[in-house]
Write a protein that binds this ligand. Structure first.
Ligand SMILES: NC(=O)c1ccc[n+]([C@@H]2O[C@H](COP(=O)([O-])OP(=O)(O)OC[C@H]3O[C@@H](n4cnc5c(N)ncnc54)[C@H](O)[C@@H]3O)[C@@H](O)[C@H]2O)c1
Length: 323
């Protein structure tokens, strides 16, 4: 078994390679060749932690495994990030464990990849202005992934933490982009060609009337029951795409419009995998508001870990363990 550290994973998996790998597995999901198994997510009752296990198999690759981890809110004081996760890959031929991969960086890069794929297929190609609501750990991944697919020149951002807005501003400046931090969400939403929401909010931050015709929205923050970033009326009126329908209507941004009876599973235009595979239309007109509800599926985690495994084996990185 190969053990791949956090440092090695960073070196091995680039934004571009993660986008290509996730795009492939989204398409395999649409063709019925890849499947995410039921998610376990529980409040631990110790250290205020939330722990979960996401698992699945892409038979087209083939890739089999699980990502386990969650959120430990007191970690920062211990010099660790609050989100901690590890991926265990298995040889699909035999079921033997083949790799243990540190998945903190990989979770960020695969989440950025999901929204960038949605942006690539759904946003207007001439989109140059990015709006980001939430400038925490995920925001830099979202920014870098979006830059890989669209010619972004200016970035509007809002966050309740002034410190996080400033930290994010330094990354935006390092990338040579114009930065426009805002004191409210509305100013971010009205100016964006591409709007990304990536906060743990439990109430709507963006109202329907603020989002211009032709905008693409990637709602990335809601991945648990109760989390919400958008006005359900915006969700109900947009051309709606998801990573996985079952997750979107139960733990994703769609849960609120779904529970309020504003949408049904049939209201979705499709999954992003169906768009990639050519099974359904993406954006139909320049005026449409497209919305991607990215809840985060196991296969995203597994394909980036598999990429790290294959490259580590090729380059002689990682530690081999007899077990
Ligand atoms: N969809 C996915 O695949 C996926 C993957 C990873 C993380 N997430 C989710 O994305 C969200 C952000 O993750 P992160 O790692 O950047 O977290 P983080 O804690 O590093 O950052 C969150 C940011 O949101 C701000 N914030 C906190 N509470 C807020 C509120 N009520 N309203 C608005 N802003 C608020 C904070 O100031 C912070 O800057 C979380 O909900 C996380 O679970 C989703």
């Amino acid at each position: 078994m190969l053990v791949i550290s956090e440092e090695d994973a960073r070196v091995l998996v680039s934004v571009e390679s993660a986008i290509a790998a996730v795009e492939k597995t989204f398409a395999a999901m649409a063709r019925g060749e890849a499947r995410n198994y039921p998610v376990v997510r529980e409040v631990v009752g110790y250290q205020d932690a939330v722990f979960g296990v996401k698992t699945g198999c892409d038979t087209s690759a083939p890739i089999l495994g699980l990502k386990a981890g969650g959120y430990w809110p007191h970690n920062l004081a211990k010099g660790l990030t609050n989100h901690q996760s590890s991926t265990l890959l298995f040889d699909p031929e035999t079921g033997r464990a083949s790799a243990l991969v540190s998945a903190n960086y990989l979770t960020g890069v695969r989440t950025g990849a999901a929204s960038a794929i949605a942006t690539k297929y759904l946003s207007r190609p001439d989109s140059t202005v990015l709006g980001i609501i939430g400038t925490g750990a995920q925001s830099a991944y979202q920014l870098r992934a979006t830059l890989a697919v669209r010619p972004i020149r200016k970035v509007y951002a809002w966050d309740p933490s002034l410190e996080n807005i400033a930290t994010f501003g330094r990354i935006v400046a390092e990338l040579g982009l114009e930065y426009a931090p805002q004191t409210d969400c509305q100013a971010v939403a009205v100016n964006a060609d591409i709007l990304i929401t990536v906060t743990p909010s439990q109430r709507a931050l963006v109202e329907k009337s603020w989002v211009r015709a032709g905008t693409h929205v990637s709602a990335m923050g809601a991945d648990t029951k109760g989390k919400q970033e958008l006005d359900p009326a915006l969700v109900a009126s947009a051309a709606l795409f998801v990573d996985e329908t079952a997750q979107a209507i139960t733990i994703g941004e769609c849960q609120h419009a779904y529970n309020a009876g504003l949408i049904t599973a049939q209201s979705l235009r499709g999954s992003i995998g169906e768009v990639i595979a050519g099974f359904c239309d993406g954006r139909r007109t320049a005026q449409e508001i497209t919305l991607f509800d990215g809840t985060g599926v196991a296969l995203q985690d597994l394909v980036v870990a598999d990429l790290a495994l294959r490259l580590a084996a090729e380059l002689g990185l990682g530690s081999r363990v007899e077990y």
